[in-house]
Design a protein around this ligand. Structure first.
Ligand SMILES: [Zn+2]
Ligand SMILES: [Zn+2]
Length: 193
């Protein structure tokens, strides 16, 4: 693993600024990797890890910096739970750990550095220094990872019987005898104007 200062620099570049959420995300990901015994997640161990993130905020960008897990590599999965939490799955040992930021961490930051008025500054300093046990809870979990969800999966590409668009990774659904994309099957996030 890199030094914390190196991670901060990388996170700054990736995210555009350094903030309390980034510090928390870096710590959270380092904690998760350590629990799994993964020393070089973004380097030598880069094929071992799949990460599920549960929020689309600052912390998530920092988690990708430490883990090297990216959407485009299929190693980063997003579940929109609105929680500062992530699950780290070690493909080589089939072990997974979910790490969640404690609700009490903000209050702890206030108690530690009451003289720092700026909340972001206060939390940045506190999240850097607080012991992991004060920042996070974790539990070992079982994650159902299917071969078609994993990096490197190669499978047939099919076309939707309605819109004709190509569908990868077995995301098609069988609907009244037709092979459809999720949008045409009714699970669409957009409406065509
Ligand atoms: Zn931020
Ligand atoms: Zn379709």
């Amino acid at each position: 693993m890199k030094s914390f200062d190196e991670y901060i620099e990388l996170a700054n570049q990736a995210h555009g600024h350094i903030c309390a959420g980034q510090i928390l995300g870096l710590r959270l990901a380092i904690h998760g990797c350590r629990l799994l015994g993964i020393d070089d997640p973004a380097g030598a161990d880069r094929k071992r890890l799949v990460t599920f993130v549960e929020i689309d905020r600052c912390a998530t960008d920092a988690i990708t910096v430490v883990t090297g897990c990216r959407m485009g590599k299929r190693a980063l999965k997003f579940r929109d739970y609105g929680k500062v939490a992530a699950t780290f799955c070690d493909l080589s040992t089939d072990r997974s750990v979910r790490v969640v930021a404690k609700e009490s961490s903000k209050q702890k930051a206030r108690e530690l550095f009451p003289h720092i008025a700026d909340k972001n500054q206060q939390q940045m300093k506190a999240y850097r220094e607080m012991p992991e046990a004060d920042l996070f809870d974790h539990h070992w979990v079982k994650v159902a990872l299917h071969p078609h969800d994993l990096p490197g999966f190669k499978g047939p590409r099919v076309s939707c019987a309605r819109c004709g668009e190509g569908i990868n990774f077995q995301r098609e659904v069988l609907h009244a005898g037709e092979t459809l994309c999720r949008a045409c099957a009714g699970d669409s996030y957009y409406q065509v104007l």
